[in-house]
Design a protein around this ligand. Sequence first.
Ligand SMILES: C[S@@+](CC[C@H](N)C(=O)[O-])C[C@H]1O[C@@H](n2cnc3c(N)ncnc32)[C@H](O)[C@@H]1O
Length: 457
Amino acid sequence: MKGFVPTPDQVVDGMVAKLFKERPPRPESAVLDPGCGSGAFIEGIARWCRTHGHTVPRILGVESDPVRAREARRALAHLKCVTIAQEDFLARRSARFDYIIGNPPYVPITGLSESERRDYRMRYSTATGRFDLYLLFFEEALRSLKPEGRLVFITPEKFLYVRTAVPLRRVMAKLFVEEIQLIDEATFGDLTTYPTITCVVNRPACGETRVVLRDGAVRQVHLSVDGSSWLPVINGTGTAVPTHTLADVCVRISCGVATGADSIFVTLASELSRKLQRFAFPTIAGREIRVGHGMTVTHSMLVPYARTGELLREERLGDLGAYLGEPARRRRLLERTCVARKPWYAFHENPPLADILRPKILCKDITSRPFFVVDDAGVLVPRHSVYYIVPKETAGMRELCEYLNSAEVHEWLTAHCQRAANGFLRLQSHVLKRIPIPSEFAATPQLTWYDTKAASA
Ligand SMILES: C[S@@+](CC[C@H](N)C(=O)[O-])C[C@H]1O[C@@H](n2cnc3c(N)ncnc32)[C@H](O)[C@@H]1O
């Protein structure tokens, strides 16, 4: 069984009310519940019809799991207009429906077999990158709507902004996205899904989308049609294309070095033997960057690469070769699947040392509050939990860092970053690259940010 998360009755009732809002079903209307589980939405529809004095329409529930499908059949046996099909919803094609409601399965790509991934990639435009099954359910369900038909789905909010959902946002933006409601994070108990209810009508895109935020605020927005993130308009921070972005003034914005075996390559600097010092670089992990405090550097990374970035030949490793080749360490290094096609002592990814060993700005990858620090000397090797930003010009780097720590950048990052657990922000290089920066940083890097603010005041 894949992705079973039952929907609480209260949420079901709210969604059914949206489904039939101003357009109650007729007895001959066709309703679909894809991934119906044990029938929570179908029972909700029956409740709504009872309360509002309507005949229950024809309902098809599709459920791939035999146990759930049996449970649904048993629970809904008294409703003759209900059919439960034990089938794979993503294998269906022909029928069209006036209403579709559901809570599709959330199954990440890692929960799918190789053949499922291949098959879905061939059949669904939304099956790109590291897709999740609920994106495909959205696509299939939208395709199954009759003209003027309405869909109401509850899903994680991620499809509003992740890159993987660019194709889905394009598909949805062709239709009328009537409402997006971000609902209480606690709806599904401990599962941190940031649930969102989306209503779409199968009619060419028209007018504005009503957005209801988690604090109850309501706004009318125009969603972008090019697949770009909807988060900025949803959060009310607009979609104006900035004149300059951080990428314009940097030679590199990347995630730090992934060795694939930090326990071997990273060691306390104070315990480093003198023989290994010539291979060692001070290194920093995300947890060592403390908001408002700066950073503490306590460790060194042993780097079997030349400063130009090439892997040293084994015979040139000297003392480092002896250290890494000690049987237990060598065994651990060989266990790394990531280096299956590389020499046993190589890192997971070749570190671009020529860029890394330059003055740069660093920040933690997942954080409650993004905080940027400067490595003036350009000696630190960031680990995988740190992003590094290498400006083209070193002059003005501190001011750039100060700007990145400003309230306006914090607000921008809050609107554009993906969220990890506990509301933490997940910084990613493609988002960092798009941070808008004042044009003065791009034109005259020696000018400071506060100079330019003062000048324009
Ligand atoms: C998130 S649960 C929702 C269950 C129910 N609709 C509810 O809200 O309580 C998703 C359901 O989809 C079913 N499912 C997963 N993959 C499916 C597929 N390919 N076709 C049909 N059902 C599927 C799961 O077994 C699970 O019961």
